[in-house]
Design a binder for this molecule. Structure first.
Ligand code: NAD
Ligand code: UD1
Length: 341
């Protein structure tokens, strides 16, 4: 069978770079496109080293409809995975238009061109659509909650755009993957998360504290009604998460979807507390982390983890790497970055 081509929008970023590596390993041709608004070329260079290929990289903005059309005219794209979006929750509250314009326009452009060309669409959604769930774990059948941030709104709106377009236009099929908390780095330590400025997310803050870039990690609240008082999350290894995309793309391009629009949770199904994550990080990497208990962070959900069984059954995918392996990879990546400076 002829090789299929996958366009990875935002492919120079954290998740996109890991997905590119797994798509290449699975025999797909990959075209990467990014405007470098939230990354540099570190991950792209790492991807080329891991794959041993100079993969096509197009510098472009997905908010530019003509540029998107030109891209689809230049390559025969069988599926597009859409990562190109802004993702900082707090910033989206301060500057909602930045988020609405970038995250919605870029996806609307992709949908229009995908409809015209006949192309499968995979959208990167988030557990944020479940808000503070009434019942845990959450399954794909759990209800979505009104969003607490413009970022979360863009995820809900883009899911709806995809659902409606798939229903109306027979030329496209779509899958939305709802990620829980992606963490860690590739085992080669050549690609990983590169947050700009002070990290908002837990694991980059931990690794930057351990390396001495940050003085002290604040644990946001230890008075939640959870087993150890800290929040519970479903931390999913980045390589496992990346592999889920290969299964989803294959399901689309091989015509194996049961419905033309499908949603899958991508998580482990195992709740881990913030404190448990910290102590595991210390243990596996044999170090002591400087941390303090701080007030709860406004807007935080207390507990969220998923029931991954629908995805496991239908995609044939299951998270494999242990939390220990993942946290060792996150630390190896931070040390690799420190060595580069
Ligand atoms: P990232 O910032 O590392 O990657 C996104 C990439 O898209 C960046 O390289 C950025 O330069 C690029 N980009 C942004 N707007 C663009 C535009 N208009 N045109 C072209 N390129 C553009 O983020 P990530 O962590 O890899 O996240 C990828 C996607 O997954 C995002 O849509 C994010 O909302 C979603 N997601 C991420 C997480 C997470 O924890 N990382 C969780 C749930 C969902
Ligand atoms: C956040 C976003 C979510 C987004 C995801 C990926 C919010 C409310 N949610 O998820 O929409 O999809 O990032 O970008 O912002 N923590 C600390 N100290 C820190 C950082 C975090 O204790 O310095 C705690 C938090 O309180 C939380 C847990 O660690 O309990 C995980 O936080 P984080 O990594 O920011 O992810 P989420 O908040 O789950």
């Amino acid at each position: 069978m002829a090789k299929k081509t996958v366009l990875v929008s935002g492919g120079a970023g954290y998740i996109g770079s890991h997905v590119t590596v797994e798509l290449d390993a699975a025999g797909y041709d990959v075209v990467i496109a990014d405007n470098f608004s939230n990354c540099d070329r570190t991950n792209y260079k790492g991807v080329c080293k891991i794959t041993g290929k100079e993969l096509p990289l197009i510098e472009m903005d997905f908010c530019d409809l003509q540029a998107v059309r030109k891209l689809f005219d230049s390559y025969k794209i069988d599926a597009v995975i859409h990562f190109a979006a802004f993702k900082a929750v707090g910033e989206s509250v301060d500057d909602p238009l930045k988020y609405y314009v970038n995250n919605l326009e870029s996806f609307l452009n992709i949908l229009q061109v995908a409809r015209d060309k006949g192309c499968n669409v995979l959208f990167s959604s988030s557990a944020t659509v479940y808000g503070e769930p009434e019942k845990l774990p959450v399954s794909e059948l759990s209800e979505r909650k009104p969003s607490t941030s413009p970022y979360g709104n863009t995820k809900q709106m883009c899911e709806d755009f995809l659902r409606d377009c798939v229903k109306a236009y027979p030329t496209i099929k779509g899958i939305a993957l709802r990620y829980f908390n992606p963490i860690g780095a590739h085992p080669s330590a050549l690609i990983g998360e590169l947050p700009r400025g002070v990290p908002n997310n837990l694991v980059p803050f931990i690794t930057q504290t351990a390396i001495g870039k940050r003085e002290c990690l604040s644990v946001f609240g230890n008075d939640y009604p959870t087993p150890d008082g800290t929040c519970l999350r479903d931390f999913i290894d980045i390589v496992d998460l990346a592999k889920a995309h290969v299964f989803a793309v294959t399901r689309m391009v091989e015509g194996k979807m049961e419905e033309n629009y499908e949603i899958f949770n991508i998580g482990t199904g195992r709740p881990v507390s913030v404190m448990e994550l910290i102590t595991t990080f210390e243990k596996v990497n044999n170090l002591k982390l400087n941390y303090k208990i701080a007030p709860r962070r406004p807007g935080d959900v207390m507990s969220v983890w998923c029931d991954p069984t629908i995805g496991e059954k239908k995609l044939g995918w299951k998270a494999q790497r242990t939390l220990e392996e993942t946290l060792a990879s996150a630390w190896a990546w931070e040390k690799y970055l420190a060595g580069k400076k």
